[in-house]
Write a protein that binds this ligand. Structure first.
Ligand SMILES: Cc1cc2nc3c(=O)[nH]c(=O)nc-3n(C[C@H](O)[C@H](O)[C@H](O)COP(=O)(O)OP(=O)(O)OC[C@H]3O[C@@H](n4cnc5c(N)ncnc54)[C@H](O)[C@@H]3O)c2cc1C
Length: 445
């Protein structure tokens, strides 16, 4: 029946379908035995995204392909492996079939590794007007939007309030992404933009970080949060703790309590939520994640596994599941890849055990924070070197490592960020976008 479905040959081997070529998915594929299984990977992009460095694309430090790894190339030597650039739309868990717009495919085992999406907590206005940072296109939108605004700001003659809104960047969420983005934008303001736009007074540019909790980096140690606060403040970033965004209409951010901040750029890094595929049973999920047992198998299912951000594996040590970072995804991917054959043969398999390698966040040149195994917390230049080394070593290909390293060397020695191109326009979603008319009016023409 499924011969050459999606142009994938029929097989006598058990077929493993993996949804998502992120950290979990690629490590599962790498470790699956293709003498025993036929392996099919689906992703809506033809590349793997190294999400920890998205903010550097958004702020012009890196070109997008430096953090994207071509999935076909990664697995060019894998036998009986098929990649299809398709979004999986739904799963029929009774018939063991996944569906895409181009056709369906039967599976013997399904590994769900499709990660998360930005969580706007149901606020449609905020979702409409703010800029998420989850994918390479998102990062390019932020970069383009910022650069277009600086180009436009350079034309403003009289309207001080318009200029102020153009020069205000609000970052919502004081987790690692928010902190790293704020540091990168503050460095743009200090080292790069005044040279590009000598007619603009960048002392007027304001960068805000809004965080709902009482400290920055809430998932890291108090020392890390305090260091991020101290360093960002020193860099001129305005940090508002215990501040929740109530609304954003494209021009003004309104905080709970009524305070308003005029800004044409709001970067949303306040959280993510799982992507639950249609067809998965309701009772299999909790808070957007799929409940799995100690073998990463969805509780209640016979042949469907979930790994990475999508998996909620509750244990004594992690009663709320593992943190939504790359390491659990990598380790779960490796685990299921190595153990699926034994599980298929009903052999006993050691339960998954997470090794916490710690948490890192960078703030700027020579400034980072690191929570390391053994309760070691370090900040400053040592943490920054650890951050550099870890990020280079986890990039997916040698080409990515070279590109990132070369860009960083360039940025470090020239105090420049060499990727500030506006390659294709970004259409502002604001009802009151900065129109040519408005600028001409301001210029008195
Ligand atoms: C901006 C940002 C910064 C981060 N920084 C860090 C950091 O510094 N350190 C850290 O450890 N973690 C960081 N994280 C978290 C880390 O990236 C995630 O925890 C990790 O990527 C989860 O891996 P995953 O395999 O579960 O999902 P992902 O890596 O998100 O991969 C999911 C894949 O599934 C694909 N996909 C989704 N839906 C479908 C579908 N229906 N059909 C086909 N394909 C689909 C997507 O295209 C994607 O390639 C960051 C995340 C973000 C967004």
């Amino acid at each position: 029946m499924d011969k050459f479905s999606l142009n994938i040959p029929d097989t006598n081997k058990p077929r493993v379908v993996i949804i998502g070529g992120g950290f979990g998915g690629i490590n599962a594929v790498k470790n699956l035995d293709s003498d025993f299984f036929q392996i099919v990977l689906f992703d809506k992009h033809n590349y793997h995204t190294f999400q920890p460095l998205l903010y550097q694309v958004a702020s012009g430090s890196l070109q997008p392909d430096a953090i994207a790894g071509q999935l076909r190339k990664v697995f060019k030597n894998k036998k009986d492996f098929y990649f299809r650039m398709l979004e999986v739309k739904s799963v029929d868990t009774e018939a063991n079939i996944i569906s895409t717009v181009s056709g369906d495919l039967r599976y013997d085992y399904l590994i769900i590794a499709n990660g998360t999406k930005s969580n706007f907590f149901g606020n449609e206005q905020v979702q409409k007007f703010s800029l998420p940072l989850k994918t390479v296109p998102d990062a390019l939108d932020i970069r383009t939007s910022l650069m277009q605004l600086f180009e436009s700001a350079n034309l403003v003659n009289h309207d001080e309030s318009l200029l102020q809104k153009m020069l205000t960047v609000v970052i919502v969420g004081g987790g690692p992404t928010g902190v790293e983005t704020a540091g990168a934008v503050a460095e743009l303001r200090k080292y790069v933009l005044p040279k590009d736009y000598p007619q603009i007074d960048f002392s007027k540019m304001q960068i805000y970080v809004l965080e709902g909790m009482e400290k920055l980096l809430p998932t890291m140690s108090p020392k890390a949060g305090a260091s991020a606060y101290y360093n960002l403040s020193k860099m001129g970033v305005i940090i508002k703790l215990k501040s929740m965004v109530e609304n954003y209409n494209g021009n003004t951010v309104t905080l709970k309590g009524g305070e308003e901040i005029g800004a044409l750029t709001v970067i949303w890094s306040a959280g993510v939520t799982g992507i639950l595929l249609e067809g998965l049973k309701k009772e299999w999920s909790e808070k957007g994640r799929l409940l799995v047992n100690e073998n990463c198998k969805i509780i209640g299912s016979k042949n469907i596994f979930a790994i990475g951000d999508m998996a909620l594996m509750k244990s004594e040590k992690y009663p709320k599941g593992h943190p939504g970072v790359a390491q659990p995804a990598i380790q779960m991917g490796k685990y299921i890849g190595k153990n699926l054959k034994a599980l298929h043969e009903n052999k006993s398999v050691k339960p998954f055990s997470y090794f916490d390698k710690g948490n890192l966040a960078t703030i700027g040149r020579g400034k980072a924070v690191a929570d390391l195994p053994g309760n070691i917390h370090t900040t400053g230049r040592i943490a920054w070197w650890i951050w550099l080394f870890v990020h280079i070593s986890f990039l997916i290909s040698f080409r990515n490592k070279i590109l990132v390293f070369a860009n960083w060397l360039w940025n470090y020695f020239t105090f420049d960020k060499g990727n500030r191109f506006i390659m294709r326009p970004f259409a502002f979603k604001n009802d009151k976008s900065i129109s040519a008319d408005e600028l001409l009016q301001d210029a008195g023409l």
